[in-house]
Design a protein around this ligand. Structure first.
Ligand code: PEP
Ligand code: MN
Length: 284
């Protein structure tokens, strides 16, 4: 691929990128980010945070600034939402992943966020990319819903070129002819991205499918595809979710997915161990 001076696998001086966020090491093992689509209230956020932590999530998500398709939909609580996230972090110890929409907000949102999220609609907002590239916070860069891998990596390149090496790619589904699912989750992009880039890659099966029933199989498939982690929308009271209710998952369902992910992880370790032994036998 052309012009990937900093993001290509060939350009990696120290192998694949591993990003430390508190005690979490992104790019080593499998990391799970969970939490509601948007921060709605202190009670909602703290309760959800406690439940996802109990189930084994590594990081907490929640939007304080929401990029809504309609200007009349709930736009998020803004600064009030960030203060609530701060409390949820204090309460659970979970690092915060939250979206920033506007280049003018980047420096102060960075004071609350452990990871800055760039949403699909802003993937090619180059002034926003340059601004997050000047911070020292890791950036979760979602794939544009109409973007190719080359275009996506070019956007990651913008961030690295400003001096911030910590970019996490996140596949969240692309637009296709399919209407049954909200988006078409492109899981082949996971091993594809790993073939060309050293950056870690996550999957968001919540926005990727928009259907609660499809999130578990796609979470397991994400792990099987070699993703470094997933991001799932979880709400303490899914029926009341203000935003993305159709895909809002209960903490109970999330906890059951976490159990299955642990089992799959063990099975995958066994497969790679057996692979290693087989290769060794071929050498001997
Ligand atoms: C989100 O994760 O809150 C979100 C808005 O996702 P996307 O940008 O992928 O639509
Ligand atoms: Mn959402």
């Amino acid at each position: 691929m052309k012009n990937l001076k900093l993001t290509s696998l060939d350009s990696a001086e120290r192998g694949r990128t591993v990003i430390s966020v508190g005690d979490v090491r992104i790019g080593e093992g499998f990391t799970v980010i969970a939490g509601p689509c948007s921060v709605e209230s202190e009670v909602q956020m703290i309760e959800t945070a406690r439940k996802v932590k109990e189930a084994g999530a590594d990081m907490l998500r929640g939007g304080a600034f929401k990029p809504r398709t309609s200007p009349y939909s709930f736009q998020g609580l803004g600064i009030k939402g960030l203060r609530i996230l701060e409390k949820a972090k204090k309460e659970t110890g979970l690092p915060i992943v939250t979206e920033v929409l506007d280049p003018r907000d980047v420096s102060w949102v960075s004071e609350f966020a452990d990871v800055l999220q760039i949403g699909t609609r802003n993937m090619q907002n180059f002034s926003l990319l340059k601004e997050v590239g000047k911070t020292n916070k890791p950036v979760l860069l979602k794939r544009g819903m109409y973007s190719t891998l080359q275009e996506w990596l070019n956007c990651a390149e913008y961030i690295l070129a400003e001096g911030n090496p910590d970019v996490i790619l996140c596949e969240r589904g692309i637009r296709s002819i399919e209407t049954y699912t909200r988006n078409t989750l492109d899981l082949a992009i996971v091993p594809a991205a790993k073939e060309v880039s050293h950056l870690p890659i996550f999957v968001d099966p919540s926005h990727g499918t928009g259907r609660l029933s499809l999130i578990e199989p796609m979470s397991l498939a994400s792990m099987a595809s070699g993703a470094d982690g997933i991001m799932i929308e979880v709400h303490c009271n899914p029926n009341e979710a203000i935003c993305d209710k159709e895909q809002a998952m209960s903490p109970q369902m999330f906890s059951s997915i976490m159990d299955k992910l642990r089992m799959l992880h063990r099975a995958m370790e066994q497969i790679s161990h057996n692979d290693g032994v087989r290769k060794l036998e071929q050498v001997i």
